[in-house]
Write a protein that binds this ligand. Structure first.
Ligand code: ADP
Length: 531
């Protein structure tokens, strides 16, 4: 059936084909769409053979699909990848398809023997005499070439070319949609895989508190299925699990992009500890937003932590008495032996070592006390006064090293806050002592105390040796000291000061932070809530 008749005098068979073609254009399965295109166009134009080469992603490389059609021969055949690539590259380089790609135009060849654009390759088994070949083109590139063949000369004419070009243009749009859809499906599958590989429960809510998405762990945790979860709202969920009331509380605040909250909490009915993380998500594309809730079971971690605290407690208390005994007996022996005895020297070494151990135990006890004791002695103080008195106390140390001190204390930071003043003062002193220790003689140290909203900020900036990026996350750990080259002057310390600062500030519901550049200096800061 020469295709020209399709538009000129449509028979009912032609109309059926037209309706099949328009249905084909709505297909969203890319593979299915490609097979239907080749099958239906071959049928519509009475072609004996057809081929479709396609490369929507890398148009210049033509590495993708080659689908062939042969009438009465079982129809569609998908060519094996390596063979397909070889064929596609060859005809794009030397054959008619290449001409179509370069000219960005379709072509009808009435007789292949009389048209130089038709190239017969040595190994070709084709006996084609007439050819119809059209590009699938987008605004930027040719993404496919469809070729229909017939062994009779003159089988196709220019009106077939026009009709096939219209179909090709429509197919390009459908193909684009199908490609987008398959990419979306791929991304969706990727997301699914990530969500189900997560060891934590995850629930995504929209602005109104409806569940948009949840993973299997969350569903199992709430004793339901992912599908059933998607029907629920956060109010339904918090009725099931009281822990999620925290999310309801957070939602009372206005939604602000970038915000997040973290809660460590214990579930009475489950008898387990959880870390609940709630972050705001926001799309700048359509202004939508909501919350991502991640729930992590931290029972084992907390148990380990309790165990560690107990061990520290036991070690620090139980080692004190034997140490005191050693020191006591050392003094006794010292009395008993003559002045010139070499044993005196040994005793001195023993005393020095026990003294160091005692210092270490004292530090351990201090950390433990800050972390575990109730917040006693909370009193109203002027934060600025604490800063000034700590600075005054440190002044001789700064002077001894000829360090230049700049103080920026804004008026508002004189306001009253309720804290354990000796603890906070210790934290301020610690930052100042470190700036003094780790800044060379003649260096510059700036101290800032400001108020922003309901926070007091305290910052100590120095022009000292700085901290390498790899060590930054660790400096607030207990007993961590930044490894320094041996050539550097050894600064005494046990690596506990910053840990104490962190413990104190966190007990006051504030946060510590740090920025540093090796060789240029450091900025240590903390903020405290104004209560
Ligand atoms: P330490 O007793 O060793 O000073 P800290 O806990 O106070 O213990 O500090 C931990 C480590 O952080 C220090 O060993 C030091 O290497 C680094 N550090 C602290 N403050 C500064 C600073 N202002 N400049 C450079 N390094 C610092």
């Amino acid at each position: 059936m020469p295709g020209a008749s399709l538009l000129k005098k449509p028979t009912s068979e032609d109309l059926d084909l037209l309706s099949e073609i328009s249905q084909m254009l709505t297909l969203i399965d890319r593979e299915q769409l490609l097979e239907r295109v080749i099958e239906l166009t071959a049928k519509a134009f009475g072609a004996e053979r057809a081929s479709l080469m396609l490369n929507p992603d890398v148009p210049e490389d033509w590495e993708q699909a080659l689908i062939k059609y042969r009438r009465g021969d079982g129809g569609i055949e998908r060519v094996e990848q390596s063979q397909s690539v070889r064929f596609a590259r060859r005809v794009i380089r030397d054959g008619l398809a290449g001409w179509v790609v370069r000219e960005r135009a379709g072509v009808v060849i009435a007789d292949t023997r009389e048209d130089s654009r038709w190239v017969t390759f040595d190994d070709s088994t084709s006996s084609a005499r007439s050819v119809l070949c059209v590009p699938f083109q987008t605004a930027n590139a040719v993404i496919g070439v469809l070729t229909l063949l017939h062994s009779d000369p003159g089988h196709f004419d220019t009106s077939d070319l026009q009709t096939l070009t219209i179909i090709a243009n429509q197919t390009t749009v459908a193909l684009h949609n199908a490609t987008l859809f398959s990419r979306m499906r791929y991304k969706e599958r990727q997301l699914e895989a990530i969500l189900s590989a997560m060891p934590d429960s995850l629930i995504v809510l929209d602005q109104s508190g409806r569940v948009l998405r949840a993973n299997h762990i969350a569903a199992a945790w709430l004793d339901t299925t992912v599908e059933a979860l998607a029907e629920l709202s956060i109010d339904d969920l918090s009725r099931r699990e009281s822990l999620l009331e925290l999310v309801r509380d957070v939602r009372r605040n206005p939604l602000q992009a970038g915000q997040s909250w973290s809660f460590e909490t214990h579930s009475e009915n489950r008898g387990r500890d959880y870390l609940l993380n709630i972050s705001v998500w926001h799309s700048s594309v359509d202004g939508s937003g909501g919350y991502v809730v991640v729930i992590r079971d931290i029972t084992t971690l907390r148990d380990l932590n309790r165990f560690k605290d107990e061990m520290l407690h036991i070690a620090s208390h139980d080692l004190r008495s034997p140490l005191a005994l050693i020191t006591g007996y050392c003094s006794l022996i010292e009395f008993e032996i003559p002045e010139e005895s070499p044993v005196k020297e040994y005793l001195g070494a023993i005393e020095k070592a026990t003294h160091r151990m005692q210092g270490l135990l004292d530090d351990l006890l201090r950390v433990e006390k800050i972390r575990t004791s109730p917040m006693e002695m909370v009193e109203p103080v002027h934060f600025a006064d604490l800063v000034t008195s700590a600075l005054n106390q440190m002044r001789p140390q700064f002077d001894a090293r000829h360090q230049q001190i700049e103080v920026h204390v804004d008026v508002e930071s004189a306001l009253t806050i309720h804290v354990n003043s000796s603890m906070i003062r210790e934290a301020i002193e610690n930052y100042l002592e470190n700036a003094n220790k780790y800044t060379p003689d003649g260096g510059r140290i700036s101290v800032y105390s400001t108020v922003e909203g309901n926070r007091i900020n305290f910052v100590v900036e120095d022009s000292g040796i700085g901290i390498p990026p790899t060590a930054l996350p660790r400096v607030f750990e207990a007993f961590y000291r930044v490894p320094r080259p041996e050539s550097d002057e050894v600064v005494v310390g046990r690596g506990l000061g910053l840990h104490l600062v962190k413990a104190v500030i966190e007990r006051h519901k504030g946060e510590v932070w740090l920025e540093s550049e090796p060789g240029a200096g450091s900025r240590f800061g903390f903020w405290l809530p104004v209560n």
